[in-house]
Each structure stands twice: as structure tokens, then as C-alpha cells.
Design a protein around this ligand. Structure first.
Ligand code: ADP
Ligand code: MG
Length: 306
């Protein structure tokens, strides 16, 4: 980066570092995060690249918010309590307008998700944003992909397909009423990782994953890790009013099944368990392997980078 990397960090990335677990934040060689006795550290990193993970003309504020929210979703999927995050930023140039807006998005997500920004790295190159998140798990507990049992009910949180619908709006492939368009775009740019739900599920769920690649693909990861099959019922998929207003219901369901980027949770509960608030039962765990969704056999699962 330019000579003045340090003043950029001081100006844009030093103000979001306060939190109960932060013993030492931005400015030294490492940050220090405090765990409670009996806790273990959960960590994950996610990278977003301009033009691959978001349209190149996205508002920098949205890019920042979404990068943090997507990374935080992995903590939700494990049931971890958020402690903090670091940010590795590669920039083509020190565009201060861009940095200002981007840092506003990072800061908004840091405070909304209780993930103080405690460090990072700043370099020059093609625009790339990596967010590493840190969370705490009670020793011996975690929501894993493995553990689903035959007979379990499969649930999802919130509504599915909105982010894919939002991307279609952004790319001009779908033109709903302005209010619905706005809602779907927001769902793409401002996902709400289910951190509270993840922590709530720690004691009861047999398996869980966050839906980043689409329900079919991500339920497929649970099935593979658990050595079971999953049957989804497309008729039960929760759709937002904005998505349900799509004239082609089949397209809406396809986004819900295979669209990705929703950052909701998919999880398996014993059949007698009651559904947590804002969650919908969408299928069940069977003996065998793989994921089936009658009527949608043709949908290839997920996004693959290579
Ligand atoms: P080092 O040479 O030890 O890697 P750096 O010069 O990369 O240190 O960074 C100086 C300080 O600024 C470190 O505390 C680092 O964590 C922090 N930092 C660097 N880039 C960012 C960023 N984009 N966001 C938050 N903190 C950052
Ligand atoms: Mg460094």
C-alpha cells in the first residue's frame, strides 16, 4: 500500500474495536481476545472478490457490510458466541471515498453483529476483502454438519431465495414492484446471520449449516457429513412476500432451493422438538445419502469456483 497505510488504518479501521472480549485491539502485532473459562475458540475466514461475489458497481458500504455478515454466518452455523474479527483488505488504490463508505459498512456490521474489528492487514492489488471471525463455544459443544439422525426434521430459518432474487433484480433479470425490488436487493446486500438462533440451537440440534450456496447444496453437506439422506418438500419452502409475488412460482422456488447467499440456517431437530421462532420445517432425514426434492431433480447443487 501507499506510504500511508498506517494513517488509512488509523482513519478508517480503528473505531470499531470495542467489545467485552477485546483485551487488545488494532495497533499491535496481534490482537488479544478473552475467552471465558471452559470455552474454546471457533474461527473461520471468508474472502470476497469484486465481480465474483458482488457486482463490481456495488456500493462500497454494502460490500463491507456483506463481507462481515457472510463471515459471521459461519459462527452462527456453529452456535458460537461472537468475539471479534480481523479484516484483510487488498485495494487497487487508496481511494478515500471508497474507503470511507466501505468502512461505514464494516462498522455497521461490527456493531449490529457484536463483532469488534480487532486487527487486519492492508495491501495493494485487485479488490479483495477477507474477514476472519472468532467466536467462543462452550467446551464439548458445537453445531456440526455431522450428527443428523434418521427421522430428524429438517428446518430452515427465515425465508429463502431472496438474495438470489435480489441479484436477479440487480442484474436486470427480474423487475418486480419497486418495494419488492428494494426488499430483495437489501436481502442480498444486508444478510442477517442467525447468531442468536445458532446459540439457541446448541443444546438441541443434531446438525446445522448456514445456507451460503443454496439449500440443496448445503443440506447436501449435512447429508454427506452425517451419512444420511435428506428429502426436502418444495411446497414447504418459506418465501418472502416479495419473492412469492414472482409471477413464475417455479423460478421463485428454484432460487429458494439453489440460489445461495441467504445466510439463513438449515438444521436438524429430533421429530418431537418444537420449531424455534421464525423457522420452518422443510423436510426430513432418511436412511441413505444425498438430497432429493421431488419436482426439482434437475437442479445442480451450489456454486463451484473451479
Ligand atoms: P504487522 O506488520 O504487524 O502485520 P500491519 O502494519 O500489517 O502490522 O498492521 C498494523 C496494525 O493495524 C495491526 O494491529 C493490524 O492488525 C492493523 N490493521 C492493518 N490493516 C487493518 C485493517 N484493514 N483493519 C483493521 N486493522 C488493520
Ligand atoms: Mg500486516
Amino acid at each position: 500500500m501507499p506510504a500511508d497505510e498506517f494513517s488509512l488504518i488509523a482513519r478508517y479501521f480503528s473505531a470499531f474495536g470495542a467489545g467485552p472480549a477485546v483485551a487488545l485491539g488494532v495497533g499491535d502485532d496481534c490482537a488479544i481476545l478473552a475467552l471465558e473459562p471452559g470455552e474454546r475458540l471457533a474461527t473461520s475466514v471468508d474472502t470476497v472478490v469484486a465481480g465474483v461475489h458482488f457486482p463490481p458497481d456495488s456500493l462500497p458500504e454494502d460490500v463491507g457490510y456483506r463481507a462481515v455478515a457472510a463471515a459471521a454466518s459461519d459462527l452462527a452455523a456453529m452456535g458460537a458466541r461472537p468475539l471479534g474479527m480481523t479484516l484483510a483488505l487488498t485495494l487497487p488504490d487508496a481511494d478515500e471515498l471508497w474507503l470511507h463508505s466501505f468502512s461505514q459498512g464494516v462498522g455497521a456490521a461490527a456493531s449490529a453483529l457484536a463483532l469488534p474489528l480487532v486487527g487486519g492487514d492492508t495491501t495493494r492489488g485487485p479488490l479483495t476483502v477477507s474477514v476472519q471471525v472468532f467466536g467462543a463455544l462452550p467446551a464439548g459443544k458445537a453445531l456440526l454438519r455431522a450428527g443428523a439422525q434418521v427421522g430428524d426434521a429438517v428446518y430452515v430459518s427465515g425465508t429463502l431465495g431472496d438474495a438470489a432474487g435480489g441479484l436477479a433484480v440487480l442484474e436486470g433479470r427480474y423487475r418486480p414492484e419497486p418495494e419488492a425490488a428494494e426488499y430483495l436487493e437489501q436481502r442480498f446486500f444486508r444478510p442477517l446471520p442467525r447468531l442468536q438462533l445458532g446459540m439457541l440451537l446448541l443444546d438441541d440440534a443434531h446438525a446445522a449449516i448456514d445456507i451460503s450456496d443454496g439449500l440443496l447444496a448445503d443440506a447436501g453437506h449435512i447429508a454427506a457429513a452425517s451419512g444420511v439422506g435428506i428429502r426436502l418438500d418444495a411446497g414447504r419452502l418459506p418465501l418472502s412476500p416479495a419473492l412469492a409475488s414472482h409471477p413464475d412460482r417455479d423460478q421463485a422456488l428454484r432460487w429458494a432451493l439453489a440460489g445461495g447467499d441467504d445466510y439463513e440456517l438449515c438444521f436438524c431437530l429430533p421429530p418431537a422438538a418444537t420449531a424455534p421462532a421464525d423457522c420452518t420445517r422443510v423436510g426430513e432425514v432418511l436412511a441413505g445419502g444425498g438430497v432429493v426434492c421431488p419436482g426439482f431433480d434437475d437442479l445442480a447443487g451450489g456454486y463451484s469456483h473451479f
